[in-house]
Write a protein that binds this ligand. Structure first.
Ligand code: G16
Length: 555
């Protein structure tokens, strides 16, 4: 019975996974994140909760153990819902409450959830597990597995895999393999086959000539799980793309490398050998983000971030729709971090809709579902593309269109449809996926015959700067308007506005991070010096008026 299970869960929790730290940890931007040593009891309890969530949904759910871009000493966990999407936001509160109760409150809390959510504990439950390469991940994963087992869930542990792979496994399994084969090989084959088919379609249409596109990239793996996984992919497509891998695990995770380091510092990762104009990518620690960059002739670092990927994808998909003559509601979803120039380009040049939502893939994903084709990317390189059922039906119909008397002339339309369907297969629609995103970008650049510079020439980024401010309690900052403004501390937004108005093309905002104990500052302006200055002034104001600790940041 529920009572017996809850008592067993509490007993095991007390003996094997007691709460040893009196620290309140909330389900944040991407699940729980903290120092690894604070997380034993939370992982165990999330294993319990995942088993309950599986019963509520009557489907398999996923648990990923990672702290992604955070330092190696941190770790974290997130629960993945049955279609491979992030945990329903209402359940984040349930998760936070369960994570923060005392050990001897566990059975009553579990019984309360069972009652509130009308869960039948005799029904089957199934949980998939995956973890990143952090030294603490195996131990923490075992704690979560133990939790799910106590609640009699069937458990499948995929071991060390990327975060988006776990999202994929869950979605594929729950679709009865329609979305793909829910295995590691199935994941690689699905993406690699789509990449190859697309290439064949392009080559059969226009021959082997690929314009300015060079089939070679340099890849920084942040010393994370991306290393072995991209290596595996690279072997499957080595005749089409040469991938030179760096930071594949010999150094410290995310240290002086990885997508976050490159994006925030706007600099090359360490321990990577490149030549001018080499097309380079960086993954983050769990391979759900990617940024591109290169060094130009004058050895200047040039970044092509998530906004650039969104613009590239949106422009290309629109061109396919134009060929097919299909009208669909296509939109790009961004956050306040999106470079103002990208938003302008998408709206004014591509003539597509742009929506802005708060930081966190979960918000972007939900918004993107409102479009027939929803392209969402955070500037940090986290994103994917969602295609509605209607889109898939219309494109399939266009592929089969043999009605035209000008059958031969309709060949372009059918080819565009085949490309679009193959493209859909290459996308991990469940969440941002570095490997899938890399294949998408390479496919479009090849199809367009573009070099990385051609891609960059679409628009010119406004110079920008990001800083972090450490404060006593980051939650004294209350954000509104999709994080573009703050409502508290009172009067601080007015101070920001006065400052911003003094900078040409000035824009800035601040927000408490949901993955680190800091307040983030973003500023852009007409020159790098101005963007830096604006960011520093805003950071100083935050430091002064929101309880800064230590020195205010400088640049
Ligand atoms: C996570 C989230 C992202 C978010 C990032 C930073 O990324 O998945 O959506 O942009 O954290 O969030 P914050 O600014 O709130 O700290 P990752 O790659 O760490 O999982």
């Amino acid at each position: 019975t529920a009572g017996t299970l809850a008592l067993a869960a509490e007993a095991k929790g007390k003996s094997d996974f007691p709460r040893q730290y009196d620290i309140n940890i909330e389900y944040g931007t991407a699940g729980f994140r903290s120092k690894a040593e604070h997380l034993d009891h939370i992982l165990y309890r999330m294993g319990l909760l995942a088993a309950l969530r599986s019963r509520v949904k009557g489907a398999t759910v996923g648990v990923m153990i990672t702290a992604s871009h955070n330092p190696v000493a941190d770790n974290g966990v997130k629960i993945i819902d049955p279609q491979g999407e992030m945990l329903e936001i209402r359940w984040e509160t349930i998760a936070s409450d369960l994570a923060n109760i005392k050990d001897d409150e566990l059975s009553s809390a579990l019984l309360q959830i069972i009652k509130d959510e009308s869960i039948d504990v005799t029904k089957p439950a199934s949980v998939f597990f995956g973890r990143d390469t952090r030294p603490s991940s195996e131990h923490l994963s075992n704690a979560a597995v133990e939790g799910s087992k106590v609640f009699q869930a069937e458990v499948k542990d995929f071991g060390i895999v990327t975060t988006p792979m776990v999202h994929y496994f869950v979605a594929a399994h729950n679709s009865n393999n329609e979305y793909g084969d829910p295995t590691i090989d199935g994941y690689f084959e699905k993406l690699a086959n789509a990449f190859r088919s697309f290439r064949e379609e392009v080559v059969s249409e226009r021959g082997p000539e690929s314009g300015n596109y060079e089939p070679k990239i340099v890849a920084d793996m942040a010393n994370g799980v991306g290393g072995p996984m991209l290596k595996k992919m690279s072997e499957l497509i080595k005749d089409l793309l040469t991938i030179e891998l760096f930071n594949t695990g010999e150094g410290e995770l995310n240290h002086e490398s990885g997508a976050d380091y490159v994006k925030v510092r706007q600099t090359l990762p360490k321990r990577v050998r490149i030549k001018a104009k080499d097309r380079c990518v960086s993954f983050d620690g769990d391979a759900d983000r990617i940024v591109y960059y290169y060094q130009d002739q004058s050895v200047k670092f040039r970044l092509l971030d998530g906004d650039r990927i969104a613009s590239l994808v949106a422009g290309y998909l629109k061109s396919l729709l134009d060929i097919m003559n299909i009208e669909l509601n296509v939109g790009v979803v961004q956050t306040a971090y999106a470079n103002g120039a990208s938003t302008k380009y998408i709206k004014e040049v591509l003539k597509l809709k742009v929506a802005c939502v708060p930081t966190g893939v979960k918000y972007l994903h939900h918004k993107a579902q409102e479009f027939d084709i929803g392209i969402y990317f955070e500037a940090n390189g986290h994103g994917t593309v969602l295609f509605s059922k209607k889109t898939k039906v219309l494109v399939k119909a266009a592929r089969e269109d043999k009605s035209s008397v000008f059958y031969r002339l309709a060949g372009g339309k059918r080819s565009a449809a085949r490309k679009m369907l193959t493209f859909i297969d290459m996308v991990n629609e469940t969440t941002g996926d570095s490997i899938s995103d890399l294949l998408i970008v390479e496919t479009i650049l090849h199809a367009r015959g573009w070099s990385v510079e051609d891609w960059e020439n679409c628009y010119t980024d406004l110079p920008n700067r990001q800083l972090k401010v450490t404060v006593q309690d980051r939650n004294v900052i209350k954000v509104i308007d999709a994080e573009c403004n703050i409502s508290e501390p009172e009067g601080l937004q007015d101070d920001f506005d006065r400052l911003i108005s003094m900078f040409a093309e000035g824009r800035a905002f601040v927000r408490p991070s949901g993955t680190e104990d800091v307040v983030r500052v973003y500023a852009e302006s007409n020159t790098q010096a101005n963007a830096d200055k604006l960011a520093v002034h805003i950071a100083k104001l935050v430091h002064q008026k929101a309880g800064g600790i230590g020195d205010a940041p400088t640049w």
